[in-house]
Design a binder for this molecule. Structure first.
Ligand SMILES: *Cc1c(COP(=O)(O)O)cnc(C)c1O
Length: 303
């Protein structure tokens, strides 16, 4: 038994018609914690648990923290999540639903993370949101499931924050012998840290995150994410916040699933089909996100 579930892989009629080609959806939004993060985080937590960890610590007020909280509850390991004051009441509420102890500390993620690091003692395991090989190995299982279903896509579309999802998907493509399947790596303007790293040839730190897609808001990508761009076929794509938000609304209408703008960024490519022109069979990773509300998405769209 793993902590994550095997998710449905469906052919989307509405998105295929919109894109003028066949679009397949890997529905990671249906993971019990609400996003793909549970694959990698669940794997990391199981490994730490097997090594004797008695307490999990996270500094993510988003989907990574939620995945740690879920994993800890399932494994019977207490979880502390340190989040900055900017964290939404909704996110804190979701963490508490999973029985995590939530500590609100600092005005930025950097400060919350520093406090979390200071809490670590013997028997504690810190679970990083994206930069850890254990996470990538866990995320890779989503590609194993696609291969087991007998589908080899012409391209994979996914969104990129710190690049953990990207690193895991590329690991999954490689371990299934799919070295020739390109990845379309989507970021929103204002959170395009992979795009900046590719342009510079090394990871760079963005001065600020200005996108509403907060789950993509890593100022600097993991080294491994840039390595993926350099040793696997990859196209870096950028999308406006508005296009990501519109994709959330349209996807809710088309598939009755509400996702965060971070996921809308990848979905936006289905609704902007010129970006997929070279491919016939496209796999979209519907990464999900539990912190979205329809009211918030509509407010952002109206702003
Ligand atoms: C974490 C997250 C991402 C980005 O994943 P990275 O591994 O940081 O690149 C995208 N979408 C959602 C919903 C997420 O929670």
């Amino acid at each position: 038994m793993t902590l994550h579930i095997q998710t449905p892989l469906i052919e989307s009629r509405p998105l295929s018609l919109a894109a003028g080609r066949t679009l397949w959806l890997k529905l990671e939004a249906l993971q019990p914690s609400g996003s793909f993060k549970l694959r990698g985080v669940g794997h990391a937590c199981e490994v730490h648990h097997a090594r004797g960890a008695r307490h999990f610590v996270s500094s993510s007020g988003g989907n990574a923290g939620l995945a740690v909280a879920y994993a800890g509850r399932k494994l019977g390991v207490p979880v502390t999540v340190v989040v900055p004051e900017t964290t939404s009441t909704r996110a804190i509420e979701l963490l508490k639903l999973e029985d995590a102890q939530v500590v609100v500390k600092g005005s930025s993620w950097q400060e919350a993370n520093q406090h979390a690091q200071g809490l670590l003692g013997a028997g504690d395991a810190f679970v990083h949101p994206f930069d850890d090989p254990l996470l990538w190995t866990g995320h890779a299982s989503m590609i194993d499931e696609v291969a087991q279903a007998g589908l080899k896509p012409d391209a994979v579309v996914l969104s990129v924050g710190g690049g953990g999802l990207l690193s895991g998907v590329v690991e999954g493509l490689k371990r299934n012998g799919w070295h020739d399947v390109p990845v379309l790596a989507v970021e929103t303007d204002g959170a395009a840290s992979l795009h900046a790293a590719i342009a510079a040839g090394h990871p760079v730190e963005l001065p600020a995150i200005t996108s509403v897609a907060t789950s993509l808001g890593a100022k600097r990508v993991a080294d491994q994410a840039l390595a993926c761009a350099q040793n696997h076929p990859l196209h870096s794509e950028r999308i406006t916040d508005h296009a990501a938000l519109q994709a959330c609304e349209r996807f809710l209408h088309d598939h009755r699933i509400l996702v965060e703008p971070a996921c809308g960024a990848a979905l936006a490519l289905a609704y902007a089909p010129e970006r997929l022109a070279q491919y016939n069979n496209v796999l979209m990773i519907v990464c999900g996100g539990a912190t979205a509300t329809l009211e918030q998405i509509r407010d952002w769209l109206a702003a």
